[in-house]
Each structure stands twice: as structure tokens, then as C-alpha cells.
Ligand binder design. Structure first.
Ligand code: GAL
Length: 685
């Protein structure tokens, strides 16, 4: 029997987020500057008690660290770092550039961001900077250098936390400084105005540009703005903010080449192309705030966790922020139920996280976030439910080091393409109800409910790592990944693709040789027309040799060119025409969905796909029980997560040992409501 004691203890470098802290990370944002120094001693003692080993320090400290221009005050930071170090707490030290001090706006008002409609965003909140501002950038890098030079040799320094949630509040700026930067970016991309005019299709509506200076960001206009201009502005804005990150990173690399860097992501965050961003991170980290009062949260959180793992190519990632209990920014801020914080933490670990952190350590007594949950609540700390749960999780994580090196293996992937996301949701399209995230969920949901592990893959990713690739609404596609997807199927892979795919090239120009132009051969069909429906309307499709299902949103009118119909539309003038098709192409298989079928159909279809591609679920589980496996060599760790409020039982043979609680399991596992087990066993290979 494998038990905690005889598990191999050494982890390879790949299993560690940072070699300087070879354990599960456990901690949170720490804002000691909000408190008198007498509180600090209690803080570090409580941290020790609860198993905290890392704090993110100084995220919003710019105005304390540089109270006047070029006058730095590190004395308080020195003291708290010293105290933390004495108590064995490591540092995820922030570069403090997320919220500039008020003096920056007063001395350099051009650093303030401007919205699409021309509204300037003032100090008094946070993140009030234009990402293109040379002044902001120079001031930020100067501060970063000062911090890095001061703490570069500090033994507690484990990693750098660059800025914070880039783009969260200001993901685009339309000011004059940004307009100039946009022109520069366009010159790099197109070289000549001629090329830009061609790419933007400016022959339309008299938009032809005769000089670069005539070009603006897509500010408020009388009606629809040029789509390629909008798309390029999305690309520019993501790149421009990434440059801010890279400038800080370059300074840190020069001063502390060995210390890993991260900036915290926000799940499926549309404005930033996280594939591009991910390639610049040493550690992928994420902030996640699922709504405990929404039953879909469990599934959405899992999906985000899988994205984070995929962004890092499968390597361990860090849950940088979650709340212990509630947030303060929804209309109503439900509490996580007892056990739910622990459950969701293990969900992240099961899906590849090697650290669990929170916003924030101690609940603020002033400011906009004083009603936000924290590890240390306002009153009655040690008797509080929150504190007990925090200490319990901390006590468990210190014993889980043997899991650090294990990985999640998925054989099926869902394609996510940020540029496609931007262009798919541009205005003046056949339907404004077609949303990328809804479509991703329609594929992810059935697989999640069947406990089949899924990765996300970028258009530039290695398709050959998977048996099947699911491709929702790949509207805008470049030639090269389109050709690779075709090769993937020809070589034996399976693809499932939905409507409104292969429609435009990277300039958002229609591909004229029949929809879905680059995939017609692979799918064995042609789409002649699209018929989007009003949101409340549903239609019916008939599965060949099976039942009737509802569909919504959209009908493609499909002409077959080799593919076989799998389901038909039952309504309207295209009744009897194919709605879903299947085609053996080369050695592989392609499926096409010319509509959005209801979940039951998607489940049926994806089960068939998995069966044909030999992709298997782990064990059968009751409704609401999530299973996910981490594997190291021939050791398997099965996470069993009961998202129900009520207890469940399940047969877990051949697993025979629960690492949480160190208990043998005889065939049947009994789990309390919101309970978790991590199962292993000698017989499990
Ligand atoms: C995050 C942010 C934190 C805190 C938290 C509240 O977006 O990084 O600083 O504001 O939200 O939920």
C-alpha cells in the first residue's frame, strides 16, 4: 500500500514553482502598510500557526515606497521583510506598479487613461495609468530597479510579482499618447499606408488614409467602426500592456536573473492574448472568484484551472488569489459554505496548481475592500470559522509535497484563439448573441460532467499531442494553423468544429471560396447561408436513428460534399437538411455542427467522439462529484471532489488509500457534503 510515509519525497525542478520554496505555496496578498506596526507581530505568528509560507507583499505600495518623486522610503518594508523572514515566511515581492501615486497624475496628467468616449480616469481608485505612457513606464521601471536592487540578495525572496492583474480596469486607452503609439505599432505591422489601407479595407465608406496622422484609435464614431481597425486595436492594446510587463521583467532579470517572475492572470480575460503573455511568464498564476451562489461556478472554475495548466504547457501553476469567504464587488456577495473554500482549493490542485493563495491576509478596516473576505477576519480571529478552515488547509498542504511533481494528462483539447475571440464578437455580424465563452462552455460542460480531462490549445499549439480537438466557431483563421488542423485529421485525429468557422482571414476579410473555406475539404461540406435566431427561439434536430433534440442560436444551410449527415433540421424551409455531419477524412474523422444543439446532444456526440478516439473517463461518479487525476510515473493521485452539499458514496476500487486524513479506503468511499479525498493505491497504475 502506498501511504504518505512511503511516497517518494524528492521532486524534480519541473515540479517546483520556485526552487527556493520546494513545497506547496500557501499564503496571500499582505498589505501591512494598512496597519500599525504592533499588528505585524500578531500577523507573522498567525501566519506560522496556519502553515502560511509565502506572502505577496507591496502590490499597492507605490505611494508608500515613493511618497514624493524620486524620494524612496524602504524603511517600513525592510522592517516587515525582516520580521517575515525571522518567522520563515517567504516573499512573492511585488513591483508595486499597479497603482501609481497621486503625484504622478498631478505632475504628469498625460499619464491618465482615457476611455473610448473621451472620459479621463482620475486618481482616487487604482490602475489610473495609460499603458503607452513613456512617463508611466519610465517611472515604473525606476521603482522596480530600486526595489530589486534593495532586496536582490534577500534570502526570503522566492519570486517577483510584476504589477497586478494587468488590464483589469484599464485594458485600452484612447488618449493622444496611445493614438501616437497605435500609429507606431501599425507602421511596424504594415510598413506602408498602402498595405494598411488594403488590410483595413478602407475603400469602404470613404475611409482611405493618405497620412499616418489621420489614423486614430477606434474612438466613439457615428456608427460601426472599421472592423480591422478594431481588431488591430485589440492586438495593439494587448501588446502594449505586455510591453509594460516586459520592461519590468527585463529590469528584474538583469538584477536577479535567478528569481522567477509572474503576473497574475484573470481566467478567460478577453482583452489580453494570454497565449502570448504566457510565453513570457516563469510561473503562470491566476486569480479566481467564482460566485458561490451560482451553481455553474464549479464548472467555470474547473475550466479556468484547465486553461491555466494549458497556458503553461502542463507545468504546475499557482492560484494567486481567491477569497476565503466572500467578495465585495457583486450586487450580493454570498459566503462560501463551510468546506467550499477547501474544496475549490483542491479543485485547483487537482487540475495542476502547486500553490493556493488568497486576497488578502487581513481584512482591511478602511477603503473600498473592507467587506472583502480575508484569511484573518475583522473579529474573533481564532474562533472564527474562516480561520479554522484556513488552518486546516494549511495543515494538510504541508503534507502533500509528494504530489508536487505529478501532472494532469489530457487526450482531448479545446481550441482557444484570442484573435478569433476579438473578431468573432465584433459588431455588425449575423448574430450578436454568438459569444466565444458560451461556445467553449458548451463543449467543456459535457466532458467535465463525464470527468474527462481537457486541455486548451492555441492555434499555434502542437495538435499532435491529442487524439481529438474541439473547435468552437473558429471564425477568423490563418492559413497555417488551418492547414495543420487538416493534416491532424488526415493523419488520424478527430476534429469537432462548430458553425461560423473559417469565415475570414487575419484581416477580417471574407474567404471567398465557399464557407468554411479552409476546412471544406476536411469537413466534406459547404455552407451556403446562415440563419441566426432570436435568443428565445429554439428549433429541433433529429438524430439519424435516434431522438429529437433542441437547438438554438443558429442554423447553417449545409450542402454536403462527401460528409454524411448525422442529424437533420426539422423546421423551417431547410427541414431535412443536415444539421450535424460526420466525415472520414484521410485516416481521421471530422464532425461539423451547423447549429448549437442542447447539452444532451453535445453529451451524446462527445461520448461518441471519445469512444471512437479511445479516450476514457476514470471511474463512474455520482452527479456533482468531480474526479481528476494527477500522475507521476506510475503513481496516480485521484482527486475526488464532492460539490454536493450532501454526502455521497462511490466505489473507488482499485484505489485503497486516502492521502487526506491518512486513511485506508475499502472499496467504497464515503464523502461528506463538500468533502474531498485524494486517493492512491499500490494497485493503481
Ligand atoms: C483582484 C485584485 C485584488 C483585489 C481582489 C478583490 O482583482 O487583484 O487586489 O482587489 O480582486 O476581489
Amino acid at each position: 500500500m502506498i501511504t504518505e510515509e512511503n511516497l517518494v519525497q524528492e521532486n524534480s525542478a519541473e515540479g517546483l514553482l520556485s526552487p527556493k520554496l520546494p513545497h506547496f505555496f500557501y499564503g496571500g496578498d499582505y498589505n501591512p502598510e494598512q496597519w500599525p506596526e504592533e499588528t505585524w507581530q500578531e500577523d507573522v505568528e498567525l501566519m506560522q500557526q496556519s502553515g502560511i509560507n509565502l506572502v505577496s507583499l507591496g502590490i499597492f505600495s507605490w505611494s508608500k515606497l515613493e511618497p514624493r518623486p524620486d524620494q524612496y522610503d524602504f524603511s517600513w518594508l525592510d522592517r516587515i521583510i525582516g520580521l517575515l523572514h525571522q518567522h520563515g515566511i517567504k516573499l512573492d515581492l511585488a513591483t508595486a506598479t499597479a497603482s501609481p501615486p497621486p503625484w504622478l497624475a498631478r505632475l504628469y496628467p498625460e499619464t491618465l487613461p482615457v476611455t473610448r468616449t473621451g472620459v479621463k480616469l482620475w486618481p482616487g481608485s487604482r490602475q489610473q495609468y495609460c499603458p503607452s505612457s513613456p512617463v508611466y513606464r519610465a517611472r515604473a521601471v525606476k521603482l522596480v530597479r530600486a526595489i530589486a536592487n534593495r532586496y536582490k540578495d534577500h534570502p526570503a525572496l522566492v519570486m517577483w510579482h510584476i504589477n497586478n492583474e494587468y488590464g483589469c480596469h484599464v485594458s485600452e486607452c484612447y488618449c493622444d499618447v496611445s493614438a501616437e503609439a497605435f500609429r507606431g505599432w501599425l507602421q511596424q505591422r504594415y510598413n506602408s499606408l498602402e498595405a494598411l489601407n488594403e488590410a483595413w479595407g478602407t475603400a469602404f465608406w470613404s475611409q482611405h488614409y493618405g497620412e499616418w496622422a489621420e489614423i486614430y484609435p477606434p474612438r466613439a464614431t457615428p456608427t460601426f467602426i472599421n472592423p480591422t481597425q478594431q481588431l488591430d486595436f485589440n492586438r495593439f492594446s494587448s501588446d502594449e500592456i505586455l510591453t509594460c510587463f516586459e520592461l519590468e521583467k527585463a529590469a528584474l532579470r538583469e538584477i536577479t536573473p535567478e528569481i522567477p517572475v509572474t503576473t497574475n492572470f484573470m481566467g478567460f480575460f478577453k482583452p489580453l492574448d494570454y497565449w502570448k503573455w504566457a510565453s513570457k511568464q516563469d510561473i503562470i498564476s491566476n486569480d479566481t472568484y467564482p460566485d458561490p451562489s451560482d451553481s455553474i461556478s464549479t464548472f467555470e472554475a474547473a475550466m479556468v484551472n484547465d486553461l491555466m495548466r494549458s497556458l503553461g504547457g502542463g507545468k504546475p501553476w499557482l492560484l494567486m488569489e481567491q477569497t476565503t469567504s466572500q467578495v465585495n464587488w457583486r450586487a450580493h456577495n454570498s459566503l462560501k459554505r463551510p468546506g467550499q473554500m477547501r474544496l475549490w482549493s483542491y479543485q485547483a490542485i487537482g487540475r495542476g496548481a502547486n500553490g493556493i493563495m488568497f486576497f488578502q491576509w487581513r481584512a482591511s478596516k478602511a477603503g473600498a475592500e473592507k467587506f472583502h473576505g480575508a484569511l484573518v477576519p475583522h473579529i474573533d480571529i481564532e474562533h472564527s470559522r474562516i480561520w479554522r478552515e484556513v488552518a486546516q488547509l494549511g495543515g494538510e498542504l504541508v503534507r502533500l509535497d509528494p504530489l508536487l511533481d505529478s501532472r494532469v494528462n489530457a487526450q482531448i483539447a479545446i481550441l482557444v484563439d484570442w484573435e478569433n475571440w476579438w473578431s468573432l464578437e465584433l459588431d455588425a455580424h449575423p448574430s450578436s448573441h454568438l459569444k466565444q465563452l458560451d461556445q467553449l462552455k458548451s463543449y467543456y460542460g459535457p466532458l467535465f460532467r463525464r470527468n474527462i480531462p481537457v486541455d486548451f490549445i492555441s492555434p499555434d499549439g502542437d495538435f499532435s499531442r491529442y487524439k481529438a480537438i474541439l473547435v468552437p466557431n473558429w471564425y477568423m483563421v490563418r492559413d497555417e494553423p488551418a492547414a495543420r488542423l487538416e493534416q491532424f485529421v488526415a493523419g488520424g485525429g478527430t476534429v469537432v468544429m462548430s458553425f461560423f468557422s473559417g469565415i475570414v482571414d487575419q484581416n477580417d476579410h471574407i474567404r471567398l471560396n465557399g464557407y468554411p473555406a479552409p476546412f471544406r475539404k476536411m469537413l466534406g461540406l459547404r455552407v451556403e447561408e446562415f440563419d441566426p435566431y432570436p435568443p428565445e427561439q429554439v428549433q429541433q434536430i433529429q438524430l439519424k436513428g435516434g431522438g429529437t433534440y433542441q437547438c438554438s442560436l443558429w442554423s447553417d444551410i449545409i450542402e454536403l460534399e462527401g460528409a454524411l449527415p448525422m442529424a437533420y433540421f426539422k423546421d423551417d424551409f431547410y427541414a431535412g437538411k443536415p444539421a450535424v455531419t460526420r466525415y472520414g477524412f484521410g485516416q481521421g474523422l471530422s464532425y461539423y455542427l451547423g447549429t448549437q444543439p442542447e447539452a444532451a446532444f453535445m453529451t451524446h456526440l462527445l461520448e461518441q467522439v471519445c469512444k471512437e478516439a479511445d479516450i476514457q473517463a476514470e471511474l463512474a461518479a455520482p452527479e456533482g462529484v468531480e474526479l481528476v487525476k494527477r500522475v507521476r510515473g506510475n503513481e496516480v493521485f485521484l482527486f475526488v471532489l464532492n460539490h454536493n452539499k450532501t454526502p455521497v458514496e462511490l466505489n473507488v476500487d482499485p484505489y485503497d488509500y486516502n492521502l487526506l486524513g491518512n486513511t485506508p479506503v475499502e472499496q467504497t468511499l464515503h464523502l461528506a457534503g463538500f468533502g474531498v479525498a485524494i486517493l492512491t493505491g499500490a494497485k493503481v497504475k
